[in-house]
Design a protein around this ligand. Structure first.
Ligand SMILES: [Zn+2]
Ligand SMILES: [Zn+2]
Length: 178
């Protein structure tokens, strides 16, 4: 996945490849937001303009995720499109920012002539994960008393505890305690 930038010219070059769980898991990072189950298909295009490189990419794949609320695992498809300007570190301070007006464009810095595409892809995947992992938007979570998954099995623990607003409060508190 190492790209030699010296081979990149003003003519766009495209790369298509696929990355599997072996690649995803090869890191010391223990807190993976998900397990890759459908291999990532990656399309990258890159060209050079002046001292900079413009890289655009499309990634898609599927992950096994764990719901933050009910702790069940579920499948999530991730798709990401991105554009990055790769620039030598000195560039930003020397040039006006007019060309960076496109706010969808990210800026990355290159210090060497070789670049690890894997790192960029990994970062884009992290960015495309939701901040809160939920199996579904209205997941009911677990009962704070008996631990039942309230999506599948209503329990009677909180039945007599009055106003439903209190249930909501309890749930918020429970999540805040994590
Ligand atoms: Zn859930
Ligand atoms: Zn219960």
């Amino acid at each position: 996945m190492i790209l030699d930038l010296r081979t990149i010219t003003h003519e766009t070059r495209g790369f298509d490849f696929s990355l599997g769980p072996d690649w995803w898991n090869i890191t010391d990072q223990k807190d993976h937001p998900g397990d890759l189950c459908t291999p990532l298909s990656v399309h990258i295009e890159i060209y050079k303009t002046g001292e900079r490189y413009i890289l655009s990419g499309e990634i898609s794949g599927g992950f096994h995720m764990t719901c933050d609320r009910c702790l069940e695992s579920y499948h999530k498809d991730i798709a990401s499109e991105f554009q990055i300007i790769l620039t030598p570190p000195s560039w930003e301070s020397n040039k006006p920012e007019t060309e960076l007006s496109d706010k969808d464009m990210q800026v990355g810095f290159i210090s060497e002539e070789e670049m690890d595409l894997g790192e960029i892809i990994r970062e884009q995947i992290y960015l495309s994960f939701p901040i809160k992992s939920l199996c579904k938007e209205d997941c009911l979570g677990l009962c704070p008393v008996c631990g039942a998954n309230l999506n599948t099995r209503p329990c009677s623990c909180l039945k007599d505890k009055g106003h439903p607003g209190f249930l909501e409060l309890k749930r918020v508190k429970l999540e805040g305690e994590k």
